[in-house]
Design a protein around this ligand. Structure first.
Ligand code: CP
Ligand code: NVA
Length: 315
């Protein structure tokens, strides 16, 4: 069964196919309006969401399917009464495709062991692959290509979004520089970095981790930041994290060091005055709402491609 668990498992061709499909779906949604007829998506959520929930649910509706919002806090799984294995085996007797937003990535891998329908990672603490595919679609729309574009990421780098950028960008021939504080709790997972460096060697690009925001910003085509307080970070860490991440805030001064025509991305939710200033996120180089919109086109593309691979598209 083909799933989307991590971009580490997907080839550059598979990523390019997802981006091309999302582009076609965005341009011609009517061609796909029946491909999920009488098909059901189950959306498992352990964490909050605006974009992921609405874009998957709307996407399924637009393709003629039905989506179930399954909140684990009101489920036997969430109350510890039922195992992941029994939950997923049962679910697969009803539904055609599953997406899951979980805390532990290991729980997603456990789900995949039992899933007889496609399973999509809709964010774990470790990675957020669907986000980065939509981000790459957005970059391609604005810059006309991906290969050779310099990506710079700022802030919390021991982070799902950073990890997926590291898995995805070098494979697509995009050099990436991560600017973050020093320390294992702020830097990318060393295993992810090693995988990114191996992919980068194959495509001939550079992957760097630096501790100076200006160094990463210089000449960058894409500037990306994410929340300093991801959903799983305890609120009592806010003050300490603001202090450590403030030197990595994306400001107009930082943006001025980037390449002409550089774009600014944030997967959202964002806080003005934290990971970026209001001038940056509300400024002319920000593409954050195109990025949010593309989540829906990308989720439609992922459901289309994975249902097709599973032989479950509506005839
Ligand atoms: N970017 C993203 O995944 O947003 P939500 O948490 O609102 O789904
Ligand atoms: N790193 C963020 C991404 C939110 C979409 C988090 O995990 O909360």
């Amino acid at each position: 069964m083909k799933h989307l668990l991590s971009l580490e498992d997907w080839s550059a061709d598979e990523m390019a196919e997802a981006i091309a499909t999302a582009r076609t779906i965005k341009a011609h949604p009517e061609r796909y309006e029946n491909c999920m007829r009488r098909r059901t998506l189950c959306m498992i959520f352990e964490k909050p969401s605006l974009r992921t929930r609405l874009s998957f649910e709307t996407g399924a509706t637009q393709m003629g399917g039905h989506a179930i919002y399954y909140d684990t806090s009101t489920s036997p799984l969430g109350s510890g009464k039922e195992s992941i294995g029994d939950t997923v085996q049962t679910m697969c007797r009803y539904v055609d495709i599953i997406m899951a937003r979980l805390f532990k990535h290991e729980d997603l891998l456990e789900m995949a062991k039992y899933a007889t329908v496609p399973l999509i990672n809709a964010l774990t603490n470790f990675s957020h692959p669907g986000q980065i595919l939509a981000d790459l679609q957005t970059v391609e729309e604005h810059k006309g290509r991906l290969e050779g574009l310099k990506v710079a990421y700022f802030g919390d780098a021991f982070n799902n979004v950073t990890h997926s950028l590291l898995f995805g960008c070098p494979k697509m021939g995009m050099p990436i520089t991560v600017a973050c504080p020093e320390g294992a709790e702020y830097e990318p997972d060393p295993k992810v970095l090693a995988a990114a460096q191996a992919a980068a060697e194959r495509t001939g690009v550079e992957v760097r981790v630096v501790h100076d925001a200006a160094e990463a910003a210089r000449g960058a085509d894409v500037l990306y930041t994410d929340s300093w307080m991801s959903y799983h970070i305890p609120k009592d860490q806010a003050a300490a994290r603001i202090k450590v991440f403030t030197p990595f805030q994306v400001t107009t001064q930082l943006l001025a060091l980037a390449a002409p025509g550089a774009v600014f991305l944030n997967c959202l939710p964002a806080i003005r005055g934290m990971e970026q200033t209001a001038e940056v996120i509300d400024g002319p180089q920000s593409v954050v709402f195109d990025e949010a919109e593309n989540r829906m086109h990308m989720h439609k593309a992922l459901m289309y491609l994975l249902l097709d691979a599973a032989g479950r598209l509506a005839k």
